[in-house]
Write a protein that binds this ligand. Structure first.
Ligand SMILES: [Zn+2]
Length: 188
């Protein structure tokens, strides 16, 4: 299979552009992302273990590069805690976690210091742009396309879809059920 590098480059640029757009919207009129529930969720939610949410990684990367956040140099270092940041507008502190879950592939998370667990904010919603190890895809999870993600982040109406199962049938729960059913039918 030929890899279309231009298409991949365009795709990554598209995610970056949309993440930057969302951050700009939060920061307009002297605002910041810190108290947007959608941001707290998306920047801080769990990923994997066998996959990464590319939109989340880009959102974290883009916000840390923005004028809104400054790095704090004297932060404590614990497992996967890369550094701490402070919001220049409201003073909220955030911890940036970077975990290499697979060689050269990362889970990036930004967690509000002293904040609630972001996972509790929404019922498992992930981006449709996923990089996964074969067989460990997030089958059946609620996903948002890039357009729908922007709508969600900005408090507009959005529609989630189900992540398509790409694990060979037989390995997934549904596949297994079908297999058992077909065996039972044959025995009749
Ligand atoms: Zn803030």
């Amino acid at each position: 299979m030929k890899i279309d590098r231009d298409a991949i480059k365009h795709h990554i640029e598209n995610i970056t552009m949309n993440a930057e757009y969302v951050i700009r919207e939060y920061c307009s009129e002297k605002g910041c992302p810190c108290n947007h529930k959608q941001f707290v969720y998306w920047a801080g939610k769990q990923q994997g273990p066998g996959w990464q949410d590319n939109i989340q990684n880009q959102l974290v990367e883009s916000v840390l590069k923005s004028d809104c956040f400054s790095k704090i140099n004297d932060c404590e270092k614990t497992y996967c805690l890369e550094s701490s940041y402070i919001c220049n507008k409201c003073g909220t502190r955030w911890n940036y976690f970077l975990e290499e879950w697979r060689m050269l592939a990362y889970h990036k998370r930004l967690l509000k210091v002293g904040g609630d667990d972001p996972v509790r904010l929404y019922k498992e919603l992930i981006g449709s742009d996923i990089f996964a190890t074969v067989g460990l895809e997030p089958d059946g999870k609620n996903t948002l396309s890039l357009d729908q993600w922007v709508a969600f982040m900005l408090g507009r109406n959005y529609k989630a879809e189900t992540y398509p199962a790409c694990t060979p049938a037989g390995k997934t729960e549904t596949g297994l059920r079908q297999k058992v059913l077909s065996i039972l039918k044959r025995k009749k």
